[in-house]
Design a protein around this ligand. Structure first.
Ligand code: URP
Ligand code: ZN
Ligand code: ZN
Length: 464
């Protein structure tokens, strides 16, 4: 087979090893990994000396062009995936919000019609469940057959589900190879505390945090785990941000339950103090960023292996939209940009010595592929997989500015953050989509990736 691209002389990093090797790519796939591989006459040779050769990240949690908070999130499939590519992310899992009375396959078709014309890197979906009345629940099977076996229930927001619907969804999912994810916060408490602060004229972003404090999320995590255990179903907790929940996840996993937790870079980097800043509303997301103790619990969870994935929850809103809530935190659209910062931030933390590069790859790529049924195509540097490859320069220095980002947002909560190391190139199925700060991809070249049915029966992902 002719070699199209040869990544020469770099250090290949997987979730469990790191070794000097060349990587050969043909037809968009990795076809060989080994010492001193020979290029053909037409092979493009990429000099990777002094560089790391990594699998592209898989962002398990994005909201692109999502109607939410009285507006639509600022990045669509084109601008969002463009930013992803420039941060070394080669696959995104976007959330489809089911419409009321809509079957799950119809929801997939509705969103894929947009995504397939816009995406610049590959993508798949989770479905946000709003309505399971009548025969709608049974249409989950058809979604699984279409390659979308992942569903999310929200315990909050005006479209959040009751515990009964959550439990029914879990029970149904386990028999058909589907996985349920959950946004866990106690809705009644959020409503009570919100009304209390508003009636006391406490309206700044700090009171968004105080209306959704640690225990509001922690209680819901404990409850969600309880329903998953009772239903005998695996569970994926999205954007975990608090210590009580982290402890509950650890306990359940120690007991042998297939409970998986995702956290986000903003919970690992910032603390709730940001809500005291004059621009605190720009950091408003749900669950809100918590205190130092919770942040430490999340890093400890990563070290123990009890955080399975780090994803962005990318849901950006323009400054003017965030400003709607200047004098009333209820009017701030919830969510922040982060899609371009995931891999650079986590890899920088590895480069600074906080975690290993293997751990960074595991959290941002390999585990995500394993959990969501994508490991047959993505998530590792391995023969036969898609050539989704990042060439990473550990010596580069990068300061995040909104000007240097490639999405459609006009501000970033990461402004001024200093990173050690940065992606130099990103390849999506062997196509160069990012090089030295410049986007080189093209609209509509990203493809929908069908996931396999998900059957997680233990907390251990190592043998999957
Ligand atoms: O504030 C957030 N996280 N916005 C996006 C929607 C969600 O809850 O994931
Ligand atoms: Zn959420
Ligand atoms: Zn989200």
């Amino acid at each position: 087979m002719t070699i199209d691209i040869l990544f020469k002389g770099g250090k290949v990093v997987t979730d469990s090893s790191a070794f000097k090797a060349d990587v050969a790519v043909s037809g968009g796939k990795i076809i060989a990994i080994g010492a001193a591989l020979k290029p053909g006459a037409d092979t493009e040779v990429v000099d990777c000396k002094g560089k790391l050769v990594l699998p592209g990240a898989i962002d398990a949690h994005t909201h692109l062009a999502m109607p939410f908070g009285g507006t639509i999130s600022a990045d669509d499939y084109e601008t969002g995936t463009r930013a992803a590519a420039c941060g070394g992310t080669t696959t995104v899992f976007d959330f489809i919000l089911q419409d009321f009375d809509e079957t799950f396959p119809d929801a997939i078709r509705r969103r894929n019609a947009i995504a397939e014309t816009q995406a610049v890197v590959d993508y798949s979906f989770h479905i946000g469940v709003k309505d399971i009345h009548g025969d709608l629940l049974s249409t989950m099977e058809d979604a699984v057959k279409m390659g979308v076996p992942s569903f999310k229930v929200f315990m909050v927001y005006d479209f959040g589900v009751t515990d009964g619907v959550f439990y029914q969804t879990l029970e149904h999912a386990k028999g058909i190879g589907a996985l349920v994810g959950v946004h866990a916060e106690n809705n009644d408490l959020v409503n009570f505390l919100t009304n209390k602060y508003i009636s006391e004229k406490k309206t700044s972003a700090w009171y968004h945090y105080l209306s959704r404090p640690e225990f509001v999320e922690g209680e819901a995590d404990v409850r969600a785990i309880q329903w998953a255990k009772a239903a005998g179903a695996p569970l994926y907790i999205v954007h975990l941000a608090n210590k009580q929940g982290m402890d509950a996840v650890t306990r359940a996993r120690d007991e042998g339950y297939p409970i998986f937790a995702e956290t986000c870079p903003h919970y690992l980097h910032f603390t709730s103090d940001v809500y005291k800043r004059p621009d605190g509303r720009n950091f408003v997301c749900s669950p809100p960023i918590k205190g130092k103790e919770s942040q430490k619990a999340l890093w400890d969870g990563i070290a123990r292996g009890d955080i399975a994935a780090v994803a962005t929850d990318h849901c950006p809103f323009k400054k003017s939209e965030k400003n709607w809530g200047k004098n009333d935190f209820r009017k701030i659209p919830n969510g922040c940009a982060g899609i371009e910062n995931l891999y650079p931030y986590i890899l920088s933390e590895a480069n600074k010595g906080r975690i290993s590069f293997n751990k960074a790859v595991e959290l941002c790529a390999t585990n995500v592929a394993k959990i969501f049924g994508l490991a047959h195509k993505k998530g590792a540097i391995a023969v036969g997989l898609d050539a989704d490859i990042v060439v990473y320069d550990p010596k580069a220095r990068f300061t995040i500015t909104n000007k240097g980002m490639h999405g459609a947002t006009d501000h970033t909560i990461w402004e001024g953050a200093a990173l050690k190391g940065y992606p130099e190139r990103t390849y999506s199925r062997g196509r160069l989509v990012f090089k030295e700060g410049k986007f080189l991809g093209a609209k509509g070249t990203g493809e929908f990736v069908a996931c396999k049915p998900i059957r997680l029966t233990s907390p251990d992902l190592r043998n999957l």
